[in-house]
Every structure is written in structure tokens, then in C-alpha cells.
Ligand binder design. Structure first.
Ligand code: 13P
Length: 262
């Protein structure tokens, strides 16, 4: 990957860890990540863990905090939901949007996810927009058309001057939590396609700055070869982010990849 982009390793904890268990994990991650600042690192605990995480991360400048979802409206009668402004008060800087689990289990559409992306940017949160195909879509040869639709619709009306705040995560659904990973070549093909859509939407110079993460059973054993690919700018990590040592090893892999291309 070219050096215009800083690698990002982001942990999506999903519905795991109480606030106090999360605190222990973050303390471990701080130890593992050390002082390095060449690779961006983010942890995304459940909502209930954000405040404790923010307290622990106060003064830690090389690990950012992310949330896993938010509602597009600034406030109102949306029982159970959280707004961008609420996240901002907890020093959150990233928010995962449109994860396949939200799309599948909570019926989130591209249009709704797009509203969230716009609202996040409006509040100076960096959206991590997740896209990816099902196994059936891949087997039917629809991977690129599905991902292209999700990227185009998810980023509709994003102003060009804010586009470099966006992070895309390509997560093939069949690789999430299954132990099956896309080969580096399979992932690069989709990442390359996403990059060309970004060029069409925002122009070459901006598209080059947008990070495209891979997600789906990324772990220390397979990270090096994925991170070596031209358009893979980091990882969105589920299972392996719940263990400080594994997560730290992924940060080390990104650091090595970053230095190799420097
Ligand atoms: P796993 O790393 O557990 O496959 O999860 C990936 C993911 O969904 C991250 O958002």
C-alpha cells in the first residue's frame, strides 16, 4: 500500500465484554501497541463500554475509540438508539456503519446506512462503512455488483471535502467468524474495484487517501499477506480483537507492511 494512507487496525468487539472486562482488554492493548504512531489503532467496544474506555484512553494518543452503530437523527423518539452527538461526548472518533450483522439481523438498508454516514460526517465522526457479499452472491458471480451498489449508495451525497474521513471495510460475509478468509488476491480484486468507484465519486487525489480495510477472519496467521496487497489499508477485526496479544500482533503486521512500502 502506498504511504499516502496510514494503515488502520480496528477492533470490532461486537456484543462482547462488559465495561470492566473491556477495561482489562484495553489496558492489555495499550501494552501491546506500545508507543508506535505509524499505524492507526482503534477499539470499538459496545456502547456500555465506551465511557470506561474513554477514561482509560485519556492521554493515550495512538489508540482511538470507535462505536459500532448510531442513529442518523440528532435526537428524538428512537427508543434504544444513540446519536452522533452522544458518541462525541465520549470522545468517540470512529463509528462502524452498515455492518453485515446490522444489515441482516436489523434490516438496515443502503439508504438508511447512507443517512448514518452523512450524519456521522456532519458530527465529525469517521464512518467505517462496511460492505460485502454473501456466499451465494459470490458463487453467482455478483460480488462486484453487490459491493459496488453498497459503496455507491452508502456514500451518496458525501461531500468531496469530507470524503477522506470515510473508511471502507470490505467484509465478505462468508468469511466473518467462519475461519475462512478471502485469499489476498480475492480481497485485492474487490478492494481495487472499490478504489475505482472512489475515483469516480471523488477524483483520484481524494480516492488515494481513503482507507479500505479487510475484515473476515483476519488473524496473525494470515494478516501479513493480506496487508501486503496494494489496496488493503488495514483490518476490521472481530474475534482476534478480543485478545490483546493477537490484536497487538495484527498491529505489528501492519507496522511491518507500512515500513516495507515506506
Ligand atoms: P471476525 O474477525 O470474527 O471474522 O469478524 C470480522 C468482522 O465482522 C469485523 O467487523
Amino acid at each position: 500500500m502506498a504511504q499516502v494512507r496510514k494503515y488502520l487496525i480496528a477492533g470490532n468487539w461486537k456484543m462482547n465484554k462488559t465495561a470492566s472486562d473491556g477495561a482489562d482488554l484495553i489496558k492489555g492493548i495499550i501494552q501491546e501497541v506500545g508507543e508506535q504512531t505509524e499505524v492507526g489503532v482503534a477499539v470499538c467496544p459496545p456502547f456500555t463500554g465506551l465511557e470506561t474506555a474513554a477514561e482509560i484512553l485519556e492521554g493515550v494518543n495512538n489508540i482511538s475509540l470507535g462505536a459500532q452503530n448510531m442513529h442518523p437523527e440528532p435526537e428524538g423518539a428512537y427508543t434504544g438508539e444513540i446519536s452522533a452527538a452522544m458518541l462525541r461526548t465520549l470522545y468517540v472518533s470512529f463509528v462502524i456503519l452498515g455492518h453485515s450483522e446490522r444489515r441482516e439481523y436489523f434490516g438496515e438498508s443502503d439508504a438508511f446506512i447512507n443517512q448514518k454516514v452523512l450524519a456521522a460526517l456532519e458530527s465529525n465522526l469517521k464512518p467505517i462503512l462496511c460492505v460485502g457479499e454473501t456466499l451465494e452472491q459470490r458463487e453467482d458471480g455478483h460480488t462486484l455488483s453487490v459491493v459496488s451498489r453498497q459503496v455507491n449508495e452508502g456514500l451518496k451525497d458525501v461531500p468531496k471535502d469530507k470524503a477522506d474521513q470515510v473508511v471502507i471495510a470490505y467484509e465478505p460475509i462468508w468469511a466473518i467468524g467462519t475461519g475462512k478468509t478471502a485469499t489476498p488476491e480475492m480481497a485485492q480484486e474487490v478492494h481495487g474495484e472499490i478504489r475505482s468507484i472512489l475515483v469516480q465519486l471523488f477524483g483520484e487525489a481524494t480516492a488515494k487517501k481513503i482507507r479500505i480495510l479487510y475484515g473476515g477472519s483476519m488473524k496473525p496467521a494470515n494478516a501479513d499477506e493480506l496487508l501486503a496487497m496494494k489496496d488493503i489499508d488495514g483490518g476490521l477485526i472481530g474475534g482476534a480483537s478480543l485478545d490483546a496479544k493477537s490484536f497487538g500482533k495484527l498491529v505489528s503486521s501492519a507496522l511491518a507492511a507500512s515500513r516495507a512500502t515506506a
